[in-house]
Design a protein around this ligand. Structure first.
Ligand SMILES: NC(=O)c1ccc[n+]([C@@H]2O[C@H](COP(=O)([O-])OP(=O)(O)OC[C@H]3O[C@@H](n4cnc5c(N)ncnc54)[C@H](O)[C@@H]3O)[C@@H](O)[C@H]2O)c1
Length: 261
C-alpha cells in the first residue's frame, strides 16, 4: 500500500487512453476489431473505419454495447478523398483526433517473385502504403495543432524476414516501415509519435495453411495471438502518453516468434 500522499493519478493518466479519440481502420474483423474492442474497454472513443458496412456495424454495436462512444465510417482506404472525409467526420463528431491505427490492408493472392502480377502489387501498395500515407497526412494538421498525436502503422514479420511467396505483400509492408521511420523523425518535434506493429494473430482463413503450421511449430509460446488480448494492449500503449519517448520502432507482437529470424 503506497503512502496516501504519493501521486498515483499522474502515473495512471500516462497509461490511459480514456477520452482519447482513436481511428482504427479495418476494424470490422480480425486484428482491427480486437484492437477497437480493447481501446473501447479502456475508455477511448473509437472510430470504426471499414469498407464492409455490415462488419463495420457489427463492431460499432459491440462497442456501443459496452457503453463506449463509437462512430462507424464507411471508407475505402484506397481512396484518398474517402480517407480525408473519414478524418473530417471524426473531428466533427469528437472535436479531435488523438490517434490513428492504420491496420486495414486489401489482400491479394500471393505468388513467388518470378510470378508476381503487377495488378496485385498495385493493390497491396495502394491499400498499404498509399492508404497509410494519406491517413497520416490527413490527421497530421490536427495532431500538430494539438501538439500531441499517436500513429500506429502495420508491418509484418513476413516482410522483415523476406518470407518466400509473399513478394508483393512484403514490398508494401517494408515500405510502410520506411515511411513510419521517416514520419517519426519529421514529426517528433510536433509531439507526434509513430510506431509499427507486426502482429501474429492469424485469421481463421489462415489456420491449417502451410505458413500457419510453420508458425505454430516454431513459435516459442506455441500459440496464435489474440487480437484483443495480445495485440490490443500494445496498440493501447502506443496510443497513450506512456510511449512518449519511443518512436520509429517496429514492435514484433508475435509471442517471440521473431527470435527465429
Ligand atoms: N493476422 C496476422 O497474423 C497478421 C500478421 C502480419 C501482419 N498483419 C497485418 O495486420 C493487419 C490486420 O490483419 P488481419 O489479419 O486482421 O486482416 P483481415 O483481412 O482479417 O482484416 C482486414 C480488415 O480490413 C478491411 N479492409 C480491407 N481492405 C480495406 C479497404 N480498402 N478499406 C477499408 N477497409 C478494408 C477488411 O474488410 C477487414 O475488416 C493487416 O495490415 C495485416 O497485413 C496481420
Amino acid at each position: 500500500m503506497l503512502h496516501p500522499e504519493v501521486d498515483t493519478d499522474t502515473t495512471r493518466a500516462m497509461h490511459s487512453v480514456e477520452g482519447r479519440t482513436i481511428i482504427v481502420t479495418g476494424s470490422g474483423q480480425g486484428v482491427g476489431r480486437g484492437v477497437a474492442n480493447h481501446l473501447a474497454k479502456a475508455g477511448a472513443n473509437v472510430v470504426v473505419a471499414e469498407w464492409n458496412a455490415e462488419k463495420m456495424r457489427r463492431t460499432c454495436d459491440e462497442l456501443t454495447g459496452l457503453g463506449a462512444r463509437a462512430l462507424g465510417v464507411e471508407v475505402d482506404i484506397m481512396q484518398r478523398d474517402q480517407i480525408e472525409a473519414m478524418v473530417e467526420r471524426t473531428v466533427a463528431e469528437f472535436g479531435r483526433v488523438d490517434g490513428i491505427i492504420n491496420n486495414a490492408q486489401t489482400f491479394r493472392a500471393n505468388a513467388p517473385v518470378a510470378e508476381v502480377e503487377t495488378d496485385d502489387v498495385e493493390v497491396f501498395y495502394r491499400s498499404g502504403v498509399l492508404g497509410t500515407l494519406w491517413a497520416m497526412q490527413a490527421v497530421y494538421p490536427h495532431m500538430k495543432a494539438a501538439g500531441w498525436g499517436r500513429i500506429v502503422n502495420f508491418g509484418s514479420s513476413m516482410g522483415r524476414v523476406g518470407g518466400a511467396g509473399f513478394g508483393a505483400y512484403n514490398a508494401s509492408k517494408e515500405a510502410i516501415r520506411g515511411l513510419s521511420r521517416t514520419a517519426a523523425r519529421e514529426w517528433a518535434p510536433d509531439g507526434i509519435i509513430v510506431n509499427v506493429i507486426a502482429p501474429a494473430a492469424a485469421p481463421p482463413r489462415a489456420v491449417g495453411s502451410e505458413h500457419y503450421e510453420e508458425f505454430m511449430r516454431t513459435s516459442p509460446m506455441g500459440r496464435n495471438g489474440d487480437p484483443e488480448l495480445d495485440i490490443g494492449p500494445i496498440a493501447h500503449f502506443l496510443c497513450s502518453d506512456a510511449c512518449r519517448f519511443v518512436t520509429g520502432h517496429t514492435f514484433m507482437v508475435d509471442g517471440g516468434n521473431f527470435l527465429w529470424s
